[in-house]
Write a protein that binds this ligand. Structure first.
Ligand code: CA2
Length: 149
């Protein structure tokens, strides 16, 4: 799953592997692989190495965060629906000392009320939401700016 060294871990949560197959009006037509390619290119443009991990399992997401501790400088995370209730993800991210950027394709605050809560947002430097696939580039740019400081 993980390389020995990377600067950014892009983490994708449950169901994001199905992007491009349903609900294009909400999530767009691009696949996850295309978003990862966008993020990888943005990282390379900033001299950074990116690795990606997607899981439909909360525990695997937690373990990916554990494995990032002391190894990668930043995590960009789209936790999918785990965003709204996973205190396990919250607690794992709380053990991570690097930069955290929360990323969503849609704008959860403009959707159902159960999506208005994020248990990840309080641990993030910032959140990029509602810009569709462009958000992947913006999230990497945000990390690059933070790392240059
Ligand atoms: O907008 C986002 O990026 C979300 O994280 C996407 C999650 C949703 O639960 C969050 O509230 C916001 C859902 C991902 C579902 O992915 C799909 C993929 C293909 C077709 C339908 C959904």
């Amino acid at each position: 799953m993980t390389a020995d060294t990377a600067d950014i871990l892009l983490l994708s949560g449950p169901n994001l592997n199905l992007l491009g197959t349903r609900e294009p009006e909400i999530y767009g037509t691009e696949t996850l692989a295309e978003h990862v390619a966008t993020a990888t290119k943005a990282a390379e443009n900033n001299g950074l190495i990116l690795e990606h991990f997607q899981s439909n399992h909360e525990g695997e997401m937690v373990e990916a965060i554990h494995a990032a501790r002391g190894r990668v400088a930043a995590i960009v995370i789209n936790p999918g629906a785990l965003t709204h209730y996973s205190w396990a993800l919250h607690d794992a991210l709380a053990t991570y000392a690097g930069i955290i950027v929360e990323l969503h394709l849609s704008n959860p605050k403009a959707r159902e009320s159960w999506r208005h809560v994020s248990v990840v947002a309080p641990l993030a430097s910032g959140s990029i939401v509602g810009f569709g696939g462009v958000g992947y580039r913006l999230a990497i740019e945000a990390v690059a700016v933070k790392l240059r400081k």
